[in-house]
Design a protein around this ligand. Sequence first.
Ligand code: HPA
Length: 241
Amino acid sequence: MVSDSLDVFSGEAAPIGVVSGSGINLRSLLDEVCGERSFSDAAGISGSGIVGHDGLFIFGRCGGVPVILQAGRIHVYEGHAPAQVASTVDTLYDFGVRKVILTNAVGGLDSSLSPGNLVAASRIETWPYRNHPFPASMEPDLIVPGCDASGTYIWMHGPCYETRAEIHALQKMGGLTVGMSLPLELARCQQRKISAGVVSCVTNDCTRHDEALTHRQVVETATKASRHLSDLLRRYIVGRA
Ligand code: HPA
């Protein structure tokens, strides 16, 4: 179904996959764009209905290195089946990707973190829901150097942001950041032997309880931090990190 897309990079090194989360715009990573495919066309899934998620696979090069940018993702909180959420990883695999950097927007659980900070996840934990279809704890295969911090990321189902009690519990679990994406994609990467790293963009400070958080604020902050994230990923991709 997708093999024709491999023609774009035929004879070149395997493309690196980069997945962008809520509001994160990483198009500046690509010095040249060779083509794009929608989620529905390439993966047979309806795109994300969430603001800040484009639902596109964009083929291009970063400093000469083939890159496939997955702009946007789908989530279980939108009602997508877990297998469908993980299926974008299968599409990247079919496109030839064997190394991927997953990015997302997160809340910071430690007051040392500020909006705009970039955090490498060294461990992924999941809030213990019933029947969740992935391991409770996973480790990414690689750490992208140059982030402001690294630590444990904890997945919550969403779509509501956490209550104060949940934030307290997440801190007790040792979490540095919290968000609503990743474990299904990471678990599928591990199954498919795709080497994966996680870089999260902190969009809000969960330790501040003085104002309500909205998805719009998350998207705005993530968009503002996108250039910083793109520059960090560029250094990694072209081998200067
Ligand atoms: N909680 C969960 N997901 C998020 C947050 C948060 O505070 N910020 C951005 N995504």
